[in-house]
Design a protein around this ligand. Structure first.
Ligand code: ATP
Ligand code: MG
Length: 586
């Protein structure tokens, strides 16, 4: 029921308890009135005639007796053309506009239209009068940047409708009615180019969910070759403070092979967010030659904003992702960092005095994290088009301890795990994804047996390295020492990638496949050296050549020359190929 009213009976941090009369439902939005402001809040518990609301704003000044208005509506986002390129806070307030209207970054109680109501869009009808339609069916299209944005039957309209009227091709504003639909009882529903959808409900207007199988190429070698992410799949990047989670996500957001990227920066440092905001519009998208921002949406809640807003930003982001998936597009959602969201959950749970689980996180931490990642997926739409949402979330475990509840809960649901290592980031080995701790259940761009062969060398290399720390180099056999050097070689020329090098920063799959084979050939070659010193010198020289090779333009003369140098060096030193590798090197 709309219009339920209440009064604040208690304030506890960002949670207020409200006595209400009438009907109130879970996740309903209410506004707490304080002075001349209305602070947006969400119902998170109802007990008899008392409900608890989490306030998305700083609660300063709220006192017992203040009035509360319930809206009868769930926390929702507006979906329609014009979302791309926007920077929003967790409540879908456009930030630049907000800054303009409020004078500074954020002023509480100011809520703006997420989409510009007066902007005109070039509408082309697809449906015609008399057509029978259901939710998510395409009524028409408008061009949005490089994409064809489908104007769909609002997802909340259940059942079958008849198109009574539809506008002819032309320019319309978001506030214009572009179609009229009639239900079986003859009731008319005017449809505009945008509509709202509750953020906590997954959009499920598709025919079927498919198995995520095709790799979503990120152009990060360690990811695509060793720990791949599938289109429509999920992955997590846990890493200690400063290990490179944010940088890795930024690289991914630029180069991943998807149509649209949604970045949810929840609870990151304000400075970092401002930096992203400044940097992104200047970055070029090499696929389109246009600003990267034109296919990006940024949702940001800095750590200085109230915790409840972090939660909202995660849900807002995934809902926008699902919306574009309904247009047959591939969307990548990057959430940084989900730990801050989990901390917000912990704080609220504490205020609700719920029985705490491990490390005081709520008992429902796992199921909440699981249901967030479950919103990823590759789907077949009713018209046969395929769309996907891939979700990658960073986790920042205290002290870099992956045993903590948020990392563990995330691990249980994701398909790939890119664990960042303090040791590697301290040694400036970037990306600092740990090649031993990380894993993926997805198929990558290179056959599994080849990858396993290389991975095995790396593992043995690590083992020799550990052993050498104990027995010293003198106590290590030359054979083991060569294995160690081979392991080192993979690490420095394949795992590590120089994000500041124009060529090496992002490597296309065909080049990864090509150079990986070159590397395999080296690994499988039987080398003999008179002593360790000679071996080290030879490998050092080879490594340097390989790094130059990595930095040279694909297939240009320098690339070919360096490749020949490498091959000649290997040929003159090799005493044959390891038997097990023969079949895939042939
Ligand atoms: N791929 C990379 N190449 C070069 N330098 C990097 C790379 N990744 C990270 N760094 C360096 O490490 C620093 C910290 O990285 P980043 O901010 O991504 O860490 P983080 O894990 O997000 O930290 P926090 O836990 O504080 O959010 C960067 O400022 C940069 O100097
Ligand atoms: Mg970070």
């Amino acid at each position: 029921m709309i219009g339920t009213k209440g009064k604040v009976v208690a304030v506890n941090g960002n949670m207020v308890s409200v006595r209400f009369n009438g009907a109130v439902s879970m996740n309903e939005v209410g506004y707490v009135k304080v002075a001349d402001k209305r602070l947006k809040s969400e119902v998170i518990r109802i007990r008899g005639e008392i409900s608890q609301l989490q306030v998305f704003e700083i609660t300063k000044g709220i006192s017992v007796g203040d009035s509360v208005e319930f809206t009868g509506e769930m926390l929702a986002v507006e979906l329609g053309p014009g979302l791309l390129g926007k920077v929003y806070d967790g409540l879908q307030n456009p930030l630049p506009e907000l800054a303009k209207a409020a004078g500074h970054f954020l002023e509480r109680g100011v809520y703006l239209d997420p989409l510009e109501k007066n902007q005109e869009w070039e509408f082309t009808p697809v449906a015609k009068a008399g057509d029978k339609v259901e939710r998510a069916d395409t009524l028409g299209t408008v061009p949005e940047g490089a994409f064809t944005h489908r104007i769909m039957v609002p997802f909340g309209l259940l059942g079958t409708y008849t198109v009574v009227k539809i506008k002819k091709a032309g320019k319309y504003k978001l506030k214009d009615t572009i179609a009229e639909l009639k239900d079986s009882k003859g009731k008319i529903y005017p449809v505009k180019m945008s509509f709202v959808w509750p953020v906590k409900r997954a959009v499920d207007c598709y025919e079927e969910r498919l198995k995520p199988e095709e790799p979503m190429v990120t152009r990060v070698r360690l990811v695509d070759t060793f720990f791949p992410v599938a289109r429509g799949g999920t992955y997590c990047i846990p890493g200690p403070f400063g290990a490179g989670k944010t940088v890795l996500q930024q690289i991914t957001s630029r180069f991943a092979d998807v149509d649209i990227v949604i970045v949810a920066a929840c609870g990151e440092r304000a400075g970092e967010v401002v930096e992203t905001l400044k940097e992104f519009p200047e970055l070029k998208d090499e696929r389109t030659g246009r600003s990267l921002m034109e296919r990006t949406i940024i949702i940001c809640n800095t750590s200085s904003m109230p915790v409840a807003a972090r939660e909202a930003s995660v849900y807002t982001a995934v809902t926008l992702a699902e919306y574009y998936r309904q247009m047959g597009l591939d969307v990548l959602l990057l959430a940084d960092s989900t730990s801050r969201w989990a901390q917000a959950m912990r704080e609220m749970s504490g205020r609700l005095e719920e029985i705490p689980g491990e490390e005081a996180f709520p008992a429902y931490l796992e199921s909440t994290i699981a249901s967030f990642y479950e919103r990823a997926g590759i789907v077949r739409l009713k018209d046969g088009a395929i769309g996907s949402v891939t979700i990658g979330g960073t986790v920042s475990p205290a002290g870099g301890n992956f045993e903590e509840p948020v990392t563990q809960a995330t691990l249980k649901v994701v398909g790939a795990f890119h664990g960042l290592s303090r040791e590697r980031s301290d040694a400036r080995k970037f990306p600092a994804i740990h090649p031993m701790d990380s894993w993926s259940k997805y198929k990558g761009i290179i056959e599994a047996e080849k990858v396993a062969y290389a991975h095995n060398f790396m593992r043995r290399g690590f083992e020799v390295e550990q052993m050498m720390k104990v027995v010293g180099e003198e106590g290590t056999s030359i054979e083991d020492y060569v294995i160690y050097l081979k392991g080192e070689l993979i690490d420095s020329v394949y795992f590590q990638q120089n994000s500041f090098d124009e060529v090496d920063a992002a490597v296309k799959p065909e080049r990864q496949i090509y150079t990986f084979l070159k590397l395999l050939n080296i690994l499988a070659s039987k080398f003999t050296f008179p002593d360790k010193n000679e071996a080290r010198i030879w490998f050092n020289r080879l490594r340097q050549k390989f790094l130059d090779y990595n930095g040279s333009k694909w297939q240009d003369t320098r690339f070919k020359q360096l490749e020949k140098d490498i091959e000649d060096a290997v040929k003159s030193q090799s005493k044959g190929i390891d038997k097990t590798a023969e079949k895939f090197l042939a």
